[in-house]
Unconditional design. Structure first.
Length: 276
C-alpha cells in the first residue's frame, strides 16, 4: 500500500469544480433549443489547480427537467473545447423524480486547463446540474485495500451522524464530528450521505469534509452534492469514493448547506469509511 500523509504537498488533494454556493447546486448546463442536440458548454472551472489523476463526476436533474440527457465533459478554452468524456447518460422521462449520478473516472486532467460540460436532451432546452471533483495524488494505491473502518453510524437510530446546515439557506452550518480520532491511516476514503426527513419540496445540499481539531477544521474535500425530491420521504444513500490519505489519530468532521431551512427536512446524515 502507498501512503501519502496530508502534510505532503504532492499527496492527497481534491478540488471541487462547478459547485454554486449561492444556490447549493452544481453548474447549470442547458440542452440546445432543439431536441437531441448538444447545447453550449458551461464552464466548471477556469483553470484546474493541479494535474489530476481522476474525476469524481456528479450529475443530477431536478423534477421539472424530465427527459433523457447525454453529457460531455471537455477541456480547453471557450470555442476550442476537446471532449474527454462523451455521452454519459442521465435521468429518465418521468416528470416526478430527481435523478442523480455519481461516477469515479480514473482519467488524467492536466493542470491549468479550463474544464466545462455540455448536454443534449430528448426534450429541448432542459437543464441539468454538473459538478466535478478533481483528485490528485503522488501515486495511486498499488494494491487492493485489505481493511476498512466505518465512522459515524448511529446504530441506536439506524442512521448516521446528523449534520445540521442551520437556519440560513445556502450557507454552511456548524461542523458535526464524525470521529474524534481515526484508528488507522487510509489510502481510500468512502463517503455515505443520506436524508431521512419528510421532504415537502425538492432540496439539495453541499457538504464539506474536514479534518482537524474543533474550531480549527481544515476542509479537505469541499462541496459534495446530494439531493432529495418532493415525492420521496427521505432519500439515501449516495456514495463518493476518493483515493485519499488521512493519518491515524485524525479528527474528521462534516458541515453542510441546504436549499431549505425547515428543521425537519434540512438535516443531512453523513458517515465515512476509511480503507487501507
Amino acid at each position: 500500500m502507498t501512503g501519502w500523509p496530508l502534510a505532503v504537498a504532492k499527496g492527497s488533494r481534491v478540488a471541487a469544480c462547478g459547485a454554486t454556493a449561492a444556490s447549493t447546486l452544481g453548474t447549470t448546463v442547458t440542452a440546445a433549443g432543439s431536441a437531441n442536440t448538444k447545447g453550449s458548454y458551461a464552464q466548471l472551472i477556469a483553470t484546474t489547480p493541479f494535474a489530476a489523476t481522476g474525476i469524481m463526476l456528479s450529475v443530477f436533474r431536478m423534477s421539472a427537467n424530465n427527459g433523457r440527457f447525454l453529457v460531455d465533459i471537455a477541456v480547453g478554452a471557450g470555442g476550442s473545447e476537446v471532449v474527454i468524456v462523451a455521452d454519459l447518460s442521465v435521468g429518465g422521462t418521468g416528470s416526478n423524480g430527481l435523478y442523480q449520478n455519481h461516477v469515479w473516472i480514473p482519467l488524467a486532467v492536466p493542470a491549468g486547463v479550463r474544464l466545462s460540460a455540455r448536454c443534449q436532451c430528448s426534450t429541448a432546452s432542459r437543464t441539468i446540474q454538473v459538478m466535478a471533483h478533481l483528485t490528485g495524488q503522488g501515486m495511486m494505491p498499488g494494491a487492493p485495500c485489505q481493511k476498512a473502518r466505518h465512522y459515524g453510524a448511529d446504530t441506536s437510530a439506524t442512521r448516521h451522524t446528523q449534520v445540521d446546515p442551520g437556519a440560513t439557506i445556502n450557507t454552511k452550518g456548524a461542523y458535526a464530528q464524525i470521529v474524534a480520532s481515526t484508528d488507522m491511516p487510509c489510502s481510500w476514503l468512502f463517503l455515505d450521505f443520506g436524508s431521512f426527513g419528510g421532504a415537502t419540496t425538492d432540496l439539495s445540499w453541499l457538504a464539506d469534509l474536514a479534518v482537524g481539531a474543533a474550531a480549527a477544521e481544515v476542509v479537505v474535500i469541499p462541496n459534495l452534492s446530494f439531493s432529495c425530491e418532493t415525492a420521496v420521504d427521505g432519500a439515501g444513500a449516495w456514495w463518493y469514493a476518493f483515493p485519499f490519505s488521512i493519518p491515524a489519530g485524525t479528527r474528521v468532521s462534516c458541515r453542510a448547506q441546504c436549499t431549505v431551512n425547515t428543521a425537519t427536512e434540512r438535516i443531512l446524515d453523513a458517515s465515512v469509511f476509511l480503507l487501507a
